[in-house]
Design a binder for this molecule. Structure first.
Ligand code: GP9
Ligand code: MN
Length: 700
């Protein structure tokens, strides 16, 4: 019997038809990966994962048809599931062309209505090669009808069908294992939909998304306006009066937020000793800013993020609410919840224009949709930058070219503006520089992650210096307040004992108390013109940033449901909650289930009665703050809240395409009334004032 005949015979069995469908689906998925979905692959392993990721879910679902006895019903089921999976793939491909994103259950339910206009524009999104996605949906039924593929009336043995289903699950587990190996925390952290699809395939992503959406929707559906009462009570009781001396000192100024990626406080004033015993200051510029008389610096300021890392820091700083205890709020709720975030507040109370600048793909951390819900007018993502392999790495564009190229957009924003620059070069694995940027010495530990950290921090430092130089040269500096913050640790606890010798301790001495202290990140508010800046020792965290800033801008916060407190306020309570319920105060550190005395760094093994009482109170205070945050976020309670007087945001009104054109149109429209730097500079660009150099240039 010829080979071909054998195949034909096989296809004429139910298992054969099942196999054919599976093969076709795999091919179409690969076709989609090549033609439509841009999933950047960084290693052969990632490529391998991509090859296997469509198999398991397709196989499991289609195998349902193998359990059905009646011939026609069995074939209808096999083909029906195949049909649905094909259409789903095709829909995702078309959707992706418009939104560079995958369809979520929320999009389907119409809840995350940011995706306007797909209906009208769908036609122009079709491509000639789309035939490939759907032609088989017509051809296969025809072949069945014309008996080119014959229906097999023999029912596969249950054992056989079960074995196939089990195999599908095994493949799926193997897939997940490899995925987690390559990117740990994939499921728990959910960096982006792109990651999920790249590692697990479209279908697995859809199911996981569906499961999560269902869970979230349950809680949301049960929430009601009465739940707000407890939240309002909490906020009332924790209101911290503004400090008169500080209130309004930055009124009307632009706000320039600088997100210092993975930057820990210990880098400030740190000197790295190289192998010749020579000391190198890691961040000379940031140090000078830290000590500047126009800077209000904090040396007991802690990050409060969890799995959502950068995006959690953003959540905290924009809303004065915590991220979630599991996963990232941006990814889970960013396209659905109602927020009363900084861009919105500043817009409605003081006429600010808001913009985020970040040289990475818009969908990472679900930023593109979340920013619309936060009320950001503009979002300059990687598509606005001239990015190439030389000037970028897996997390986006390097800080110097990124900040440099941001100037061409920044200068067109109407003032006052609220702009957030998200840097990224100082990101794990701290090794991603081309030769030009190499130069700052590496630390000499056995951990390459630690070794590179100082050099990338130094790079960030010079990038900041260039940015500030430009701000001064362009004239924006005087009229702006700069807020610099570290988003989270860069060196994780598991590496800290290796880092210990660089911090004057031995690895053996290092313990959880030290780990907790390492969660300090910089928080500096630089207000040009001020002369009584100082290093403030108040204990605080990222949740406190927004009320602090708003008071400096002279904007009252009493009516907002914020959980942080103004760091300058006399009433500021110095209890800094970590997201997992641990916390620090000026006297004690609660970490990993133990209480430590800050003065000695030793555990308080036998607390006296007074201490016991205090610890219980502190624990309760922290739990209450975190619970209140969860209540607001999980129940989406701000949708019921009217006390702030803010008009609700319509996320659909934001569109992050063609932004430069829009900015130019606004300038033209306002004419003499335009307040952008560009207009003030007689319609001349200031971008050429930006000076940027490489490490070697700096040494010369
Ligand atoms: C990527 C960047 C990194 O866009 O902001 O996020 P992180 O990994 O630090 O959470
Ligand atoms: Mn980060």
């Amino acid at each position: 019997m010829s080979q071909l005949k054998k195949y034909k015979q096989f296809i004429n069995t139910r298992i054969g038809f099942f196999s054919l469908l599976l093969l076709l689906l795999w091919v179409k998925n690969m076709f989609g990966y090549i033609m439509d979905f841009h999933l950047s692959l960084q290693s052969p392993l990632q490529f391998f994962i991509l090859l296997i990721n469509p198999i398991s879910v397709s196989m499991l679902l289609i195998s349902i048809g193998l359990f059905i006895k009646r011939t026609r019903v069995a074939y209808a089921t096999l083909f029906g599931i195949y049909f649905l999976l094909s259409i789903w793939l095709f829909s995702n491909a078309v959707y992706y062309r418009e939104f560079t994103d995958f369809i979520t259950i929320n999009t389907l339910l119409g809840a995350g209505q940011v995706s306007t206009g797909l209906g009208e524009s769908a036609v122009r999104l079709f491509r000639f090669y789309d035939v490939f996605y759907i032609v088989d949906l017509i051809v296969l039924p025809l072949l069945l009808w014309r008996k080119k593929i014959k229906l097999d009336s023999r029912v596969p043995r249950v054992r056989q069908a079960t074995a196939l289903a089990v195999l599908a699950v095994l493949i799926g587990s193997g897939n997940l294992f490899l995925a987690e190996m390559d990117r740990s925390g994939l499921l728990s952290r959910q960096f982006s939909r792109e990651y999920m699809v790249k590692y697990l395939g479209i279908n697995a992503f859809t199911f996981y998304d569906g499961y999560q959406t269902y869970q979230n929707n349950q809680v949301r559906a049960e929430a009601s306006p009465t739940d707000l009462r407890e939240v309002e009570d909490y906020v009332d009781q924790h209101q911290a009066e503004p400090n008169d001396e500080m209130y309004g000192i930055a009124k009307g100024k632009n706000v320039v937020y600088v997100h210092l990626e993975s930057f820990q406080q210990f880098l400030i004033d740190y000197q790295l000793t190289d192998e010749n015993g020579e000391a190198h200051t890691v961040t000379p510029f940031l140090n000078s800013l830290y000590h500047d008389q126009a800077t209000y610096s904090f040396d007991n300021f802690f990050h409060q993020v969890k799995a959502g890392k950068t995006s959690d820091a953003e959540t905290l700083l924009e809303n004065s609410l915590f991220g979630l205890n599991q996963g990232a709020l941006f990814t889970q709720m960013g396209d659905k919840n109602t927020f009363e975030a900084a861009p919105n507040i500043l817009q409605q109370t003081a006429g600010y224009t808001s913009a985020v600048f970040h040289g990475h793909s818009a969908s990472f951390w679900n930023r593109d949709t979340t920013y619309k819900h936060l009320g950001y007018d503009y979002f300059f993502d990687s598509s606005y930058y001239d990015i190439n392999e030389e000037n970028s790495f897996q997390y986006g564009m390097h800080d110097k070219p990124f900040l440099n190229q941001s100037a061409q957009y920044l200068e067109h924003l109407q003032q006052p503006f609220y702009a957030k620059m998200i840097t990224v070069s100082n990101h794990y694995p701290y090794s991603s520089f081309n030769n030009e940027e190499d130069g700052f010495p590496l630390a000499n530990t056995s951990d390459s992650t630690i070794n590179g950290y100082f050099a990338t921090a130094n790079y960030l430092d010079t990038a900041m210096q260039e940015f500030f130089d430009y701000m001064k040269a362009s004239g924006l500096y005087e009229n702006s307040v700069f807020v610099l913050y570290g988003d989270h640790y860069g060196i994780s606890n598991t590496r800290n004992s290796e880092l210990a010798p660089l911090l004057g301790k031995t690895s053996e001495e290092w313990g959880d108390f030290d780990n907790a202290q390492m969660q300090r990140v910089p928080f500096m508010i630089h207000i040009p013109g001020q002369t009584n800046g100082e290093i403030n020792h108040t204990y605080g965290g990222q949740v406190d940033a927004l009320p602090t800033l708003l008071h400096l801008l002279g904007i009252p916060t009493d009516d907002y449901l914020m959980l942080g407190q103004d760091l300058f306020s006399e009433d500021h309570q110095q209890v800094v909650a970590f997201r997992d319920g641990d916390f620090v105060t000026p006297d004690y550190t609660f970490y990993g289930g133990k209480v430590y005395d800050n003065q000695t760094g030793l555990p308080v093994d036998e607390p006296n009665l007074e201490q016991q009482k205090l610890f219980t109170e502190l624990n309760q205070a922290v739990d209450e703050q975190l619970m209140t945050s969860d209540k607001i976020n999980n129940g989406d309670l701000l949708r019921f809240y009217q006390g702030s007087g803010l008009d609700p945001i319509d996320p659909q009104q934001f569109d992050y395409r063609n932004q430069l054109e829009r900015l130019l149109a606004i300038e033209a429209d306002k004419d003499q009334g335009s307040t952008s730097l560009y207009s003030q500079n007689n319609n001349e660009s200031t971008a050429s004032l930006y000076r940027t150099a490489t490490y070697t240039d700096y040494q010369e």
